[in-house]
Design a protein around this ligand. Structure first.
Ligand SMILES: *Cc1c(COP(=O)(O)O)cnc(C)c1O
Length: 455
């Protein structure tokens, strides 16, 4: 017992030098994004007005399985990577399960979540291409915090549109962004056409990610030398996040194990793709029978109850049409505490992989996620982000199945972030005032019916 190893780290020179692009290995490639007006398939060049060029190419690359991580980005990764792979002995004991539970602890990044892995890469490419300003949206503020820091590292100005309800309810995330030097605006705002349109109809609108994306994209398109950056959903974001799974693969080997299941929470798919894709390549190429499970909130169930359809990424329809599982871009998710999971759609790669049966999804009620988060905090000492608690809850479900069957399955989940700035949510749970919000079939059907049937 006393000799057992709890945490596994890589040496600096073992940190991966390339990201893994699963598109190159996919049997059925994702359908192309379409121009929002003409419905014609987009080429990388069509995205140049919005994103840095290199990111446009990464987005559309279905050819190269391995993409070099620039030295400048890898040098910044060394500030907090490798992140530890941890054997959750405490949680195993608390559950009395024979399963071996491991988690990859992305909460140790300076900003407290996995989001920095892509923020650093995106800020670097912008700087390389002579861009001076970046703009983005943020919900709970995790992405905004990561981008604000990454912009500072590479000498860029950052303008962040934060969903108004979070701006007011999570003031510390706003302070964090401002501490790194970003300009933060509550969305909807009067500073853009998209924001004005929403406020004219509904002056008390509390905002949504869809609206905030519209505002940021509009700013990028109307400001010289300014590009838009996105913290999830897109292929290039998941690409950068594969550093998580590539490290985990080496660390699992150090532990002498290989996962039977890989689990992550699901907002747009970047931390899920990040931890899962490197292992999934062995399922695609070598026929390994690993299960991949995405855990989403039951109040925003796009993977389990949405439709596979072309849809916009934002509320106003400024973004390209993306082939994805979606609840419809007009879907207004309930105000759950896992703000990072309140998005109507899923990434294109993941949508195709789910459709083709390479992975599964489960939806979990809010109260079950907090119960899981508390058990994890008590048994492993780390207070998880409400988003990450979805992965923990899905892991607990599987570990309890192992308890029934006596199977010693190996489970790996991604701890995408810590919850130390989300204590208001924990307070509400402890006070018994958290509610579960279910979406009705009628609501899903009504939203989805508004989509153009392009597929
Ligand atoms: C943003 C966020 C998520 C959800 O985003 P994905 O792109 O689905 O990974 C999950 N966990 C944390 C801590 C986040 O900040």
């Amino acid at each position: 017992m006393s000799n057992r190893q709890k945490r596994f780290f890589l040496q600096e020179d073992e940190i991966p030098r390339q990201w893994y692009n699963i598109q190159a290995d996919m049997v059925t490639k994702p359908l192309p994004p379409l121009h929002p007006g003409t419905h014609q398939p987009l080429k990388a060049e069509d995205l140049y007005p919005i994103f840095a060029k290199e990111l446009c190419h990464q987005e559309m690359d279905q050819e190269h399985a391995w993409i070099d991580i620039p030295d400048e980005v890898r040098d910044m990764y060394k500030y907090y990577r490798s992140t530890p792979l941890v054997r959750a002995y405490g949680l195993e004991a608390a559950l009395g399960t024979p399963a071996h539970i491991y988690f990859k602890n992305e909460s140790v990044s300076p900003v407290g979540s996995h989001k920095l892995n892509s923020a650093l890469a995106q800020a670097y490419y912008c700087k390389q291409e002579g861009i001076t300003n970046v703009t983005t949206e943020t919900g709970a503020g995790q992405w905004g915090a990561a981008l604000s820091y990454a912009a500072k590292v590479f000498g860029l100005e950052a303008a962040v549109y934060q969903v108004k309800i979070s701006y007011e309810q999570k003031p510390y995330r706003r302070s964090i962004m401002q501490t790194y030097g970003a300009q933060v605006t509550a969305s909807p705002s009067m500073s853009t056409r998209a924001g004005k349109d929403v406020l004219t109809v509904d002056p008390n609108n509390q905002g949504s990610l869809g609206t905030a994306i519209s505002e940021a994209v509009e700013l990028a398109m109307t400001t010289p030398n300014c590009k838009y950056v996105l913290g999830s959903v897109l292929n290039h974001v998941a690409l950068h996040q594969t550093i998580i799974g590539l490290e985990a693969e080496k660390q699992m080997a150090m532990a002498g194990e290989y996962p039977d299941m890989v689990i992550a929470c699901f907002g747009g798919g970047s931390n899920f793709g990040g931890v899962a894709f490197p292992f999934m390549r062995h399922k695609i190429k070598d026929g390994k029978q690993t299960r991949f499970i995405a855990a989403e909130p039951s109040s925003c169930p796009k993977l389990t109850r949405g439709v596979f359809q072309y849809d916009f990424g934002d509320l106003s329809g400024l973004t390209p049409l993306l082939p994805m599982y979606t609840l419809g871009h007009n879907f207004m998710p309930a105000n759950i505490h896992a703000g990072g999971l309140r998005y109507h759609g899923a990434g294109m790669i993941i949508s195709q992989l789910l459709k083709d049966g390479y992975m599964e999804a489960v939806d979990i009620p809010q109260s079950e996620t907090f119960k899981a988060g508390l058990l994890f905090a008590k048994s492993e000492g780390i207070i998880p982000a409400p988003e990450s608690s979805h992965a923990i809850a899905a892991t607990i479900r599987e570990a309890l199945k192992c308890k029934e069957t006596g199977e010693e399955k190996v489970i790996l989940f991604n701890l995408s972030g810590h919850g130390l700035i989300d204590m208001t949510a924990y307070d509400q749970y402890l006070a018994g005032s958290l509610t579960d919000i279910e979406v009705t079939d009628e609501e899903v059907a009504r939203n989805v019916a508004q989509l153009d049937k392009i597929i």
